[in-house]
Design a protein. Structure first.
Length: 134
């Protein structure tokens, strides 16, 4: 793993949260994107070398909607940048971590992503991110 790529925060109201984080960081988000496969609308902010991803559900059956219904708004996941997502997935699975998906999938911000089950990571949802070729 190379670095923390971003921290994902689940929110009910993306517009209100965009305003809150724009005030917090002193600048607007740099990108909004819908990820249909996950039923989520994302908004990205940069603060120095760090990124925050706000996530709001686009339908009531999405994983983010279920997360918010169960736990409320707040930190949803920590994402780590990796150079080779498939080899990192294999390494982690061999080390005993439980993968939530067996193949990388297209995520937001031009990334290939895969997730580790929180039950195998002390209750924290971990996302692996690799830049996708343009």
């Amino acid at each position: 793993m190379e670095k923390i790529e971003h921290i994902g925060i689940a929110v009910n109201d993306i517009e209100a949260s965009n305003a809150l984080f724009a005030t917090l960081f002193g600048k607007q988000h740099y990108k909004m994107e819908t990820v249909e496969s996950e039923g989520v609308l994302t908004s990205f902010f940069e603060s120095g070398p760090n990124k925050i991803e706000l996530l709001t559900p686009t339908n009531p059956d999405s994983p983010i909607a279920k997360f918010i219904a169960k736990r409320g708004e707040g930190i949803h996941h920590v994402a780590f940048a990796v150079a080779d997502i498939r080899s990192e997935m294999a390494r982690l699975e061999q080390a005993g971590f439980v993968l939530l998906n067996k193949e990388p999938k297209k995520g937001a911000d031009n990334k290939w992503v895969a997730f580790l089950h929180p039950k195998s990571t002390n209750g924290v949802l971990i996302e692996l991110c690799q830049d996708a070729p343009l």
